[in-house]
Design a protein around this ligand. Structure first.
Ligand code: FE
Length: 227
């Protein structure tokens, strides 16, 4: 099987939130699709290891904040590259409450669901949610998964349903992702060891500035390795 074929499927980038008792929590998801229109239902695939999964199992409801192309990439770091088990994911995050669930301000739409069914796979739970409420916010286009990879230069956490290990990428696919070879030779590439973000700025930094932080996961420069 050529796993790269899955890259031709289309996805978005979402923050799925729920309640952990009284506490707000959530995580990033990219595998969400509408299943039926009347009544409106959507499906969400979420790794068993995501703390949000167990919280949705308990609360039986979730909210989807649809990230836009203008949404801050730091949201993906905050919600996607740390665990809600020991972190307050909503610390410093602007949000409003819809149907008792937190919805991010920095998104282009939201959907509120109650869980009406689920299917367990060996690694992921697929939650089927009946839509209770939803609306668009602003007019900025939704961030597609392709936009996240190609423009934001973000990577997938290992828990993502669409995660592909580098070892599974063919040489052709890897080379097609590389930037201009001339540019490669003249400048250093710094890769975030936490989220995989690649700094490809015009300045050929021998060292990143001390104040540099990853725009995706907000880790400091010491988490970057030179490639
Ligand atoms: Fe990072």
């Amino acid at each position: 099987m050529n796993k790269n074929v899955f890259r031709n499927l289309s996805y978005g980038v979402y923050v799925v939130s729920t309640l952990d008792g009284e506490r707000n929590t959530g995580c990033v998801a990219n595998s969400i699709m509408q299943i039926t229109s009347s009544p409106a239902t959507i499906a969400v695939s979420m790794n068993h290891d995501n703390y949000t999964n167990s919280c949705i199992q308990a609360s039986k409801r979730f909210a989807v904040s649809i990230l836009s192309e203008a949404s801050s990439p730091s949201l993906i770091g905050q919600f996607g590259f740390q665990s809600g088990k020991d972190t307050d994911k909503f610390e410093g995050i602007a949000y409003s409450v819809k149907e008792e669930l937190p919805v991010l301000d920095d998104c282009c739409g939201y959907i509120i669901c109650k869980v009406i069914d689920k299917m367990e796979t060996s690694t992921h739970t697929v939650f089927l949610g009946e839509v209770l409420e939803g609306d668009n916010i602003g007019s900025t286009p939704a961030m597609t998964y392709a936009y996240y990879h190609n423009v934001v230069k973000g990577k997938s956490p290992k828990n993502a349903p669409t995660y592909i290990a580098e070892d599974d990428l063919s040489a052709k696919d890897i080379s097609s992702k590389e930037a201009d070879p001339a540019k490669e030779e003249s400048s250093s590439r710094w890769v975030c060891g936490i989220c995989g973000y690649v700094y490809e700025g015009g300045t050929p930094f021998e060292e990143l500035p001390d104040t540099y932080t990853c725009p995706v996961c907000r880790q400091s420069k010491d988490k970057f390795v030179k490639k």
